[in-house]
Design a protein around this ligand. Sequence first.
Ligand SMILES: Nc1ncnc2c1ncn2[C@@H]1O[C@H](COP(=O)(O)OP(=O)(O)OP(=O)(O)O)[C@@H](O)[C@H]1O
Ligand SMILES: [Mg+2]
Length: 710
Amino acid sequence: MSCCGRPNTNENDANRQMQAQTTMVTQQPGLQPSLGFQTPAITTPTPTYAANVNAVNTWSHSPSPPPGPGMNGMMMNNLQSSTPIPTTYSATINGSSSYSTTEPLIRPDAIYPGYGSSSPPLSLNTGIPPSVPQIASKPVDEGKMSIAFDFGTTFSGVAYGSARVTAGKVQQILNWPGSTETFRKIPTCLLYDGHGQVLAWGLEAKNASPMAGTIRCEWFKLYLEPHALRDESAVDPRLPRLPPGKKPIDLIIDFLSCLWEYAKDQITREIGAVADLNSADVWLTVPAAWDAKGCDIMREAAITAGLVQNAHAGDRTWRDRLHIITEPEAAAVHCAFLTNVHHLKPSQNFMIVDAGGGTCDLAVYKIIGQMANLEIAEMCARSGANCGSLFLDLRFRELVKTLLADHPAHLDPASLAYFMHSFSETDKLTYKGLSDDNNMFHFTCFNVEDPHDPSVGLIDGQLCIPGNLLREKVFDPVVSQVLSLIEDQIKKVDQPIHALLLVGGFAGSEYLKHCVEVQFESRIRIITRPPDADTATLRGAAQYGLAKRQLVSTVIAPRSYIMKVKLPAEKDDWHKRPAYIRNNDAGVAICDNRLQYLVTKGAILRKGQRLTTKFCKFSQSVQDSSFVATLFTSDSEKLMRYTDEGETTELCKWTVDLSSLPTFRQNAMHQSGGFYTEFELGLELDSAEVRGILLYNNQEWGRVTFDFIN
Ligand SMILES: Nc1ncnc2c1ncn2[C@@H]1O[C@H](COP(=O)(O)OP(=O)(O)OP(=O)(O)O)[C@@H](O)[C@H]1O
Ligand SMILES: [Mg+2]
């Protein structure tokens, strides 16, 4: 069996052989009824998942900051640099209540796809991206370990390697507490006592016998999905509740701490104490659909859990050893190494469909360069949604509740969990789809009472569900969500897709694979599950770390990054929004509620490319050195000029301390009654994260602190 509990098909033979060289790999575990059965802490479910996508913070006409004396700073992109800065603008970007009267104005050089960036974005329309400048090899410390964590909604794993210690090969941790068998991933599950202390994790937590006062927690990764993060009512009500007093981040910290403490021991045992694990590079994967806030929470959790730490005195960059990449990107790296398997050639595009337990994540990549010098470029803003395999389990539970609505003896939590367990560990994994339509699926009841009512399928203590009903009520709704995601990606990329690679545990579903083939085989020649499909993300993340150069050279901004600004009124503004225009103290016409794009959705960025934006701040005194601005995001393709044109989400506040800048200090010394400081901020978008850097003379001068807004 594969790690995700489905029988290995011939397709997975290569995988089996590779594994056999090291150790025998067996089925990913589920609840073992013989070990007892824990009543899961599941809230009363509602019939369908209805994420409130509109419930995110919308762009509000936040009041402008109180006009201060003179100019507080200004946005400068419409001014020649030789133009003297008018001294009369009184207000600036996004006047949230925390702004002082000395708020900054900005001078951004907007980044639009195709023009305006400080280093021009690539064009994707030519088929093959223009050659990307050779990415310099990083100096390699041959003994340095790379450790990858795949923190999954249902299963998690750890892989590691180093050039010297493992000869550049990826090793996975296969032995885990709670079993003598080997597992490539273990359940993302925690068992707490009544005081919030962790009693068990992984296999032991999943298989724990019920005990009064204990709480078992699963699926908590889904709390970091962007809508759920911003609006509690958008959290799927079918998800288990968190233990009292605990936030999602607390559970993630607890789980990662357990995983890391164990992994350190295990790696040391496997390779001997030849590597310093405290100075290892750590790679952590996150779903494609997460935004910077979710990634930031993950980063904070990983740091608190000690995945990276200060390794020696003077180790100032220890936090940078933590790298966060998206799950499809990691899976793409794994798959790109397997070109002999699915015959991809340079310049061809492939789509990764990572169908996991919680989410299904997609992205399209192009292979560039020769295979000996493999490099891939993201071709299309990645996407994802909560339509992983556990939603089959949840739908199955709904179906059971509906069928047995008049037989409450079978609807207590233990009974429902028992039904769900047998579906999730057996019938779900072997389900074939249409060919199962006429088969009957039998589920033994947990309670012996009320065993017979053939009118609802209750026969001699078993619930019998016809295959076509399972397909209609359980599989089809989830599978069709996955198909729509693929359809949307194909539309967005607008280029031929040469291969579709199905990875993740849910990719093991014969029915899902069949549906994908039926719908897309006329458009995509190769549709396949590559070897190690169930651990592609984990292995790819580790390979990423082991590579001596950057494997993914470009990323596509999945959303726009915008600031709300005030600008000198232009002709367009007089025409379109006269109501937004007012004269400031100096009689200059200013237009409120303008939007300034720092990065537009779909912009193609070289990895690590820095997008610089010029700003100018008016300070009243030397103490007034803090620059604060609010960064918004938008998922809309449309470029908006005004705040009222569409929906935006407040992402975070940027805070920069300018006091270290030589210009700030000089100006402060020489000018009484206030002074201006011009400076530049760099925005770096990685596959998952957003970073801000304060620049001076093109050199990094400090970091921007992002304070994420709820
Ligand atoms: N044959 C199968 N059919 C349907 N689902 C399957 C099959 N085999 C495994 N699964 C499911 O796949 C899931 C595990 O996949 P995976 O390990 O990729 O998810 P994850 O990493 O926990 O989730 P995510 O990546 O969404 O956070 C489990 O829900 C498991 O039940
Ligand atoms: Mg996963």
